[in-house]
Design a binder for this molecule. Structure first.
Ligand code: GTP
Ligand code: ZN
Length: 197
């Protein structure tokens, strides 16, 4: 996964695309466009230069609050974290994306902002909505050792709303769960689903 974003190459390619579109990349409004797009890609695809393993270390702030973490009915839910992503099939924007995370702590709790940081960074990749959930779950599992994690993501895909089938307002929901406790306990899944909805 570890890569550098080659901004010079992106600039050159965007210039070619402008030519292929029949436009003039030297005209006033387009002169800086390749550079702007390269800079934008550096920002919106920042997650492509960071591996999941690196995120475990970068966002791995935890607190060894055993008494709290291991309390029998403790569940932590962070809801409606807004993120953006890009679909890998069309390079089209996924927008109005919100991520909600529920997890059962074990021995320690994760710093709450780190859940949002992980979701944000995983979104900054060429993605499938389903994979965003899988990757967030994997990173949170590695950081917390949790045996029950559920991720709900809702969002709109501009490749479905602004082109192709063009159905604005269509929203997609994906659910990912991870860990022995949630995989083996249908009633826990049911309860968390209600809490996330
Ligand atoms: N499962 C999944 N599919 C996605 C996601 N983002 C985009 N897609 C779909 O990827 C598919 C690509 O289909 P293709 O038939 O290869 O491409 P296309 O001809 O542009 O398809 P249309 O969008 O139907 O016009 C489309 O059905 C998209 O809706 C995603 O996050 N998850
Ligand atoms: Zn798409």
């Amino acid at each position: 996964m570890k890569r550098q974003i080659d901004t010079e190459k992106i600039e050159a390619c965007i210039r070619e695309i402008l030519v292929a579109l029949g436009d003039d990349p030297t005209r006033e409004g387009l002169r800086e466009t390749p550079k702007r797009v390269a800079k934008m890609y550096e920002e919106v695809f920042a997650g492509m230069t960071v591996s999941n393993e690196e995120m475990v270390h970068l966002f791995g702030t935890t607190f060894e609050e055993e008494e709290v973490a291991n309390s029998p009915h403790q569940v932590v839910i962070v809801r409606d974290i807004p993120i953006f992503s890009y679909c890998e099939h069309h390079l089209a924007l996924m927008y109005n994306l919100t991520v909600s995370v529920a997890y059962l702590p074990k021995d320690k709790v994760i710093g709450l902002s780190k859940i949002a940081r992980i979701a944000d960074m995983v979104g900054r990749r060429l993605q499938l909505q389903e994979r965003i959930g899988e990757e967030i779950a994997e990173i949170i599992e590695k950081i917390t050792g949790s045996e029950a994690i559920m991720i709900k993501i809702e969002g709109e895909h501009s490749c479905m709303t602004a082109r192709g089938i063009k159905k604005p307002g269509t929203s997609t929901t994906t659910l990912t769960y991870r860990g022995n406790k949630i995989e083996q306990d249908a009633s826990l899944r049911q309860e968390w689903l209600m809490l996330l909805n």
